[in-house]
Design a protein around this ligand. Sequence first.
Ligand SMILES: Nc1ncnc2c1ncn2[C@@H]1O[C@H](COP(=O)(O)OP(=O)(O)O)[C@@H](O)[C@H]1O
Ligand SMILES: O=C(CO)[C@H](O)[C@H](O)COP(=O)(O)O
Length: 498
Amino acid sequence: MLGSISQSSLSTQVLYPSPPKPGCCTARRLLVGTWAYKNCVDKSARLKTMVVGCKKENQEVGFQACERLYLGMDFGTSGARYALIDKQGTIHAERKRQYPQYMREETMDWARSWKTTLFSLLEDIPVHLRPHVASISLDGTSATTLIIDSVVSECITCSNTGEPLARPYLYNESCPDALPVVKSIAPVNHTVCSGSSTLCKLVSWWNNDNSDKTSTILLHQADWLLWLLHGQLGVSDYNNALKVGYDPELDSYPRWLLSQPYSRLLPVVKAPGTSIAHLKEDVRTLFGFSEDCIVCTGTTDSIAAFLAARATKPGKAVTSLGSTLAIKLLSTTRIEDARYGVYSHRLDDKWLVGGASNTGGAVLKEIFTDEQLEKLSEHINPMETSPLDYYPLKSVGERFPVADPKMEPRLHPRPESDVEYLHGILESIARIEAKAYSLLKDLGATQVEEVFTAGGGAKNDKWTRIRERVLGLPVSRATQTEAAYGAALLALKGAQLM
Ligand SMILES: Nc1ncnc2c1ncn2[C@@H]1O[C@H](COP(=O)(O)OP(=O)(O)O)[C@@H](O)[C@H]1O
Ligand SMILES: O=C(CO)[C@H](O)[C@H](O)COP(=O)(O)O
């Protein structure tokens, strides 16, 4: 399905504030009392924080007491982060947290882990900065789906409103049982015609779960975490809602979806970075945020990474080298083909064409520690072609550029030398990335001319050189490589559009 959308009312410069001005104004510290908080912060998780407070040329980045700050949070695959920026885009504070491991009936209780991490991140924000936070937004992994109890109970203390009715379906989970039904209602090769789509997860739950469905609602990970902050149940954004079938060109759900019985579970959809409501009073007073702090709609993690890279011209692309390999190419044409796992997200009046492969850092993490990756990479000659040909996957199944739920990982033969093994894996992932960009060109997207890198893999200069050689394109590390920075830009946009 090709097409381009009309000029949107949103202006892109709102998303890309002028770059940080050199130097910074002196800080006038506001002493705010230390806030007690309920047991929403897992104290044991506090030990896993990594202080990444912002220093600029050995000066602490200060701010005028009246200055407004914008909070972005990224809920990625392996951990979460926040970034607190001012309207010039200068980072005033940032920190990363691993997800605490909570088990429930022998499986990870992801909802509890994400909720604890959300309030832990709020707790990590320096207390003297909290009153200056004007708006908050966050991103989550795409198609991570929760079915939520939306019963409004008279008894406030026993109300389950907002609690997940089942375990979340994660971003890369596939529900092939629902695929035939979804293919029978959606247009040919539509984005939802993939086992890992949100719609397949919804239909699978609808057909297999025997619980009472009368008061339930579907939310994505980012929607549910934002709901914990604003309290308005049932609000999403047109990036997260793409894979349940929302059409960002029509700005509505299509008729073939609205005619389904489960369509009443679908959330209301707004543009990313749209103000939803003020921060809930109990959260606001608990942490010391200001009365006018607003909560805005979010996006997905790889789009937040694209926003962070500030790539504004068609032909510019961002490869997110996180646990997965997610590709976003800014294109004037919209491309959608589920046969290859290709879809287009809307970005104002253009399209972010791409997809997400299951290859990426999660495979590396299973074999090497971050320290080993750093040490071994020093000995790689990026100009030398590796003879090893792998398809690095953590488990069976691939989403893009080959949509094959049965694809087997290929990581053998393993050479004696770990340097050679790592070189082979990095080069094989680069070949997958090259195949993905070549596929987008063949399907009619704007020709890629430069690639910026986000995510944990962006720090590996040898990998960047290997990718430049394999892609035959300029590849560089984005100025800002963290999706949390992109989410903070969305919070800034939401505050400026108020
Ligand atoms: N030096 C390195 N070279 C290549 N990959 C790295 C390096 N250091 C960390 N990584 C990878 O980065 C990934 C984490 O990136 P991150 O963006 O935090 O992931 P996510 O947000 O998807 O959880 C890990 O899977 C890790 O293997
Ligand atoms: O791989 C993922 C987790 O990191 C997600 O699938 C990623 O967000 C890509 O999805 P989208 O292109 O919709 O943002």
